[in-house]
Design a protein around this ligand. Structure first.
Ligand code: ADP
Length: 486
């Protein structure tokens, strides 16, 4: 409020009080009218005289209060005027108390913020941990100190048939059906040693298999989680599927034993014929020549075996060097037919290449493509009786964006039970072993060249006694195909 207005108001109030109070007081003591108004006039003057300084004083403090409040609003709660005893006495303690509560509020706010940040970090870490667990290929399960299920990733849920999240926080005895796993977990809980670690191999029912009784081998690792009281805080169980590793190592030893057997056969033959020649058992020159020819054939077979084995292992190891270039498949097929022609003629088998008027070309390695045609044509001629026919058809397969070649024969055909095993290493149809010599590696190599090196596909269809068709595709472009272009 402005100084003038306050001054006038307070002066008028003082006068009014004095004017009102004086007649009342005088009336009470029974004074006359004239003296009443005379005294009223004097008291009014006194009222004015006293009201004015009081008004000025109150106004000054009022203004200070207003400006203090204004500054408090402008500058915050730290500011407080100290100029008047009234403020010193009343507002100073209030200010201290307010300062205290403001600083308390600030520290509470800071604590809340810190807790919020911590909780976000914990949430983030938990989320990341969950993501890690979800992406793991190993099965991971964690129990608490009461042997209740606390964490289970999808793999463990699948392997042990758990239903997540329903089974969480339930006793392992209620949720884990497999007795071996339950026993392992209880053992770990019972040891009471925080550093307890154990690795064993166990067999569990194969969750992904429809075959009754199928099992997979896992390596189980158990670790106890310590808690602050040195007791068992829980147990972590990790199950690693080692079935594939087992199969691979089994395949390796099978390969070594088959390879040694296959290598030994021609070697023994060579050895035997050389012995006969040395012992003079070959007889006349014609017989000797025959022996030499057998030795040469066996040595060739040995060479082929070694070449095939090396080529396959190079492709499998990913170290094969392929030189990709645009290749006309009709020309490539004709080149292989030329090589096979003498063999076909000996059995009176006609071999021809069929194609349309278009260009049938794809990016491929010339030598490897030649090897594919040669192996498939050689088999077709080997397993087709005299007078039969072998036809190579080259066409474009627009659906898959590839060149497609079919090598069809009118030969023996392949029994249905042999079809799924045909591309396995060293697999040969038992009954056909006396029909033709072979290594059992030709088709495996072809499959590797088509699929691994060229990212194409190979399939076979056959009817026993009616002939077989081997169909392979090579994508027009080598996008993503393996190998290093020279
Ligand atoms: P091999 O050197 O014995 O011919 P492959 O791997 O090329 O080895 O072939 C594996 C087996 O598949 C052969 O031994 C044969 O029993 C069978 N086979 C391959 N091609 C044909 C075909 N065109 N007709 C009938 N059987 C075939």
């Amino acid at each position: 409020m402005k100084l003038g207005t306050t001054f006038i108001l307070w002066s008028a109030a003082g006068a009014a009080v004095a004017v009102g109070a004086a007649p009342l007081a005088l009336g009470a003591i029974g004074a006359s009218n004239a003296s009443v108004f005379g005294v009223a006039g004097v008291t009014a003057g006194l009222g004015l005289l006293l009201g004015a300084p009081l008004a000025w004083l109150l106004n000054r403090d009022n203004d200070r209060l207003n400006s203090a409040v204004q500054r408090m609003n402008d500058e915050g709660l730290a500011f407080m005027p100290r100029t008047s005893p009234f403020f010193e006495g009343v507002l100073s303690p209030l200010r201290v108390a307010m300062d205290q509560s403001v600083s308390d509020a600030e520290s509470v706010k800071a604590r809340v913020r810190e807790l919020e940040i911590r909780s976000r970090i914990t949430e983030g870490e938990r989320g990341r941990l969950e993501e890690v667990l979800q992406s793991l290929q190993d099965a991971v399960l964690v129990t608490n100190q009461f042997a209740e299920l606390r964490i289970a990733n999808p793999v463990v849920a699948n392997v042990l048939g758990l239903s997540i999240p329903d089974d969480l926080n339930r006793s392992i005895d209620q949720v884990i059906g497999d007795e071996t796993i339950r026993k392992l977990l209880h053992e770990a809980h019972g040891t009471g040693m925080a550093s307890h670690r154990k690795r064993i191999e166990i067999e569990l029912p194969n969750a992904g298999s429809n075959t009754e009784g199928a099992v997979r081998t896992y390596e189980a690792t158990l670790a106890c989680l310590p808690d602050p009281n040195e007791a068992i805080g829980g147990v972590v169980l990790i199950l690693r599927d080692i079935q594939r590793e087992r199969e691979i190592s089994q395949m390796k030893s099978e390969f070594v034993s088959k390879a040694s057997h296959e290598l030994r056969t021609p070697l023994s033959s060579i050895h035997a014929y050389i012995e006969m020649l040395l012992d003079g058992e070959a007889g006349d020159e014609k017989a000797q020549h025959e022996f030499y020819q057998i030795i040469k054939n066996e040595a060739d077979r040995l060479g082929r075996l070694i070449d095939n084995m090396l080529n396959i292992s190079r492709i499998e190891a990913g170290i094969v060097k392929a030189k990709f270039e645009e290749i006309d498949f009709v020309k490539a097929a004709n080149a292989a037919v030329e090589v096979i022609e003498p063999q076909a003629k000996m059995k009176d088998i006609t071999v021809r290449v069929k194609s349309g008027p278009l260009l049938y070309s794809a990016e491929a390695d010339r030598d490897m493509l030649h090897q594919i045609f040669l192996n498939l044509l050689s088999n077709a001629v080997k397993y087709t009786p005299e007078g039969g026919r072998v036809t190579v058809t080259v066409e474009n397969d627009e659906t898959s964006g590839s060149v497609m070649a079919t090598i069809a024969d009118t030969g023996l055909g392949i029994p249905p039970d042999a079809l799924p095993r045909l591309f396995e290493k060293f697999y040969r149809i038992e009954n056909y072993k006396r029909v033709a010599k072979g290594t059992g590696l030709g088709l495996n190599l072809v499959k590797h060249i088509v699929e691994t090196v060229h990212h194409g596909q190979i399939n076979v269809t056959s009817e026993l006694g009616m002939g077989s068709q081997f169909i392979f595709t090579v994508p027009y472009t080598r996008q993503g195909a393996m190998g290093i272009a020279a």
